[in-house]
Structure formats: structure tokens, C-alpha cells
Design a protein around this ligand. Structure first.
Ligand code: PGA
Length: 252
């Protein structure tokens, strides 16, 4: 299974998100082979949920709070996301770590909250340019994975997606090479093996790559058997590019 996750960030107006989802819905692909999810802003979740009704494209959120209800002004409940039809939630994106001050502890609480609602967390990890230059990348990514998944139990069919997103590759047109991505996928894989039984890692956990993925380089990533998919930002907001990427994934 190859995951194609479209993270629209705050790049589109709500009306554009609704119309883009109506177009993506019509792109043909084999559901047994490719999983597509769209992550619009919270403002558009309801409209996109309606647009995607009856299609095989999944709805996802870009974030959530770690409590289901209460006096939390401005926050978004994971339970309400589930009720709206969300199946996937991105957690710990580097832009949340950077602009919203999310710590490893907060990210861990969010992962628990998403799993409690039987949704699938897409946990983002990745080093900055400075951390890479200081040769700290393995340690940083390993620690992010360990913190994010602290005390997490994976039972039944619950899935877990880890997205390796080097911060220096996001929105820069400077994607990691498949070799660099593969290296860090191995680091993440071995960290997962320290945290979960081998059978869980083999069947329930998926490791994807994100950072300047586009129609020209997606094939190189998806051709790597250890890469279970891609998290796409900028290119997922452009119908021509995103539909091409789905078609490429479907053809492999
Ligand atoms: P990008 O973003 O594809 O625009 O680099 C990826 C992401 O942040 O998930």
C-alpha cells in the first residue's frame, strides 16, 4: 500500500478547498494499492467531507487538540473530527513545532488522543539543517519518535504512520534524495522495533517521506520498497500536480 497524503496547510481559501476536493474525488486509482487522504483547513472539513461522500478518498485533519471536550478556547476536539468523518490526523508537523510551540510532550498527548478516537495519526519527525550539519540527525529523529509514541499501545487493526520530513526539505524544492530518505527510514524503523513487537511494526506501522515531493520525484521515492508513501504539501494544492502523483502511484 502506498499512501498519498495531501497536506493543504493554510494555502487555499475554503471555496478553493471544496472545489479541489470535488476534482480529486474523480481521479481514478486502485484502493487496494493506493490510499489518498486530503487534509484541508478546519474551516473546510465539513464541506470537504460532503464533497468526498461516496468516494474512496479519505478525509484528514492537519492537527487536533489532545482533549475531547472542555474549556479549551480555540481548540479542535479529536472526537468531533472523528464525527465529521476524519480518518487521519497529522500530528507534530514541524510547522506546528515551530509556529505553535508544540513540544514532544504535547505531540505525545495528541497521538494518544487520535488513537483513542480510532483515527490514524500521521506523526511527523525530522531534523533541521543545523541538526543535520552537526551530525545530530539520527539522535534527533530517534528521540522525536520515542517521545511521540511514549506509552502508545497499538492494538487490533490500529495503524500508525510515521512521516520523515526533514525540515530543510519542506517547501524548499530541495527534496531529500531517496538515499537520504531511506537512511532515515531505517533509523525510524529500528526505533519502532525498540518500542513495539516486530509483528506490529511489520503490519501496523508505515513510514512515509515528506518534503518537496512533486510529480518529477515521487516515482523515485515510491520505487523504494521501504517507503510506504509520501506526505505532499505545496504540490497537493495544485490539481494537475496532485492528480499526476496519484496516477504515478497507481501505476507502480
Ligand atoms: P512540501 O510540504 O511538499 O510543500 O514541501 C510537505 C509538508 O510539509 O508536509
Amino acid at each position: 500500500m502506498k499512501y498519498i497524503i495531501g497536506n493543504w496547510k493554510m494555502k487555499l481559501a475554503p471555496t478553493d478547498e471544496a472545489s479541489l476536493s470535488r476534482k480529486v474525488k474523480k481521479v481514478p486509482f486502485d484502493q487496494g494499492h493506493v490510499t489518498v487522504s486530503l487534509h484541508p483547513t478546519f474551516l473546510s472539513l465539513q464541506a470537504v467531507a460532503r464533497a468526498l461522500q461516496g468516494s474512496s478518498v479519505y478525509l484528514g485533519a492537519q492537527d487536533c487538540f489532545y482533549e475531547d471536550a472542555g474549556a479549551y478556547t480555540g481548540e479542535i476536539s479529536p472526537a468531533h473530527l472523528k464525527n465529521l468523518g476524519c480518518e487521519y490526523v497529522i500530528v507534530g508537523h514541524s510547522e506546528r513545532r515551530r509556529f505553535a510551540g508544540e513540544t514532544d510532550e504535547i505531540i505525545n498527548k495528541k497521538v494518544h488522543a487520535v488513537i483513542n478516537e480510532h483515527m490514524i495519526p500521521i506523526v511527523c519527525v525530522g531534523e533541521t539543517q543545523e541538526q543535520r550539519q552537526a551530525d545530530n540527525k539520527d539522535h534527533i529523529v530517534r528521540r522525536q519518535v520515542e517521545h511521540a509514541l511514549h506509552d502508545v499501545n497499538v492494538v487490533g487493526a490500529q495503524k500508525l504512520i510515521l512521516a520523515y520530513e526533514p525540515v530543510w526539505a519542506i517547501g524548499t524544492s530541495n527534496a531529500a534524495t531517496p538515499r537520504e530518505a531511506m537512511y532515515m527510514h531505517q533509523v525510524i524503523y529500528h526505533t519502532l522495533l525498540d518500542l513495539f513487537p516486530k509483528s506490529i511494526v511489520a503490519e501496523n506501522a508505515f513510514i512515509i517521506y515528506g518534503g518537496s515531493v512533486d510529480p518529477d520525484n515521487i516515482r523515485d521515492f515510491l520505487n523504494e520498497p521501504a517507503v510506504d508513501g509520501v506526505l505532499v504539501g505545496g504540490a497537493s494544492t495544485k490539481f494537475d500536480e496532485f492528480s499526476k502523483m496519484i496516477a504515478i502511484a497507481n501505476s507502480l
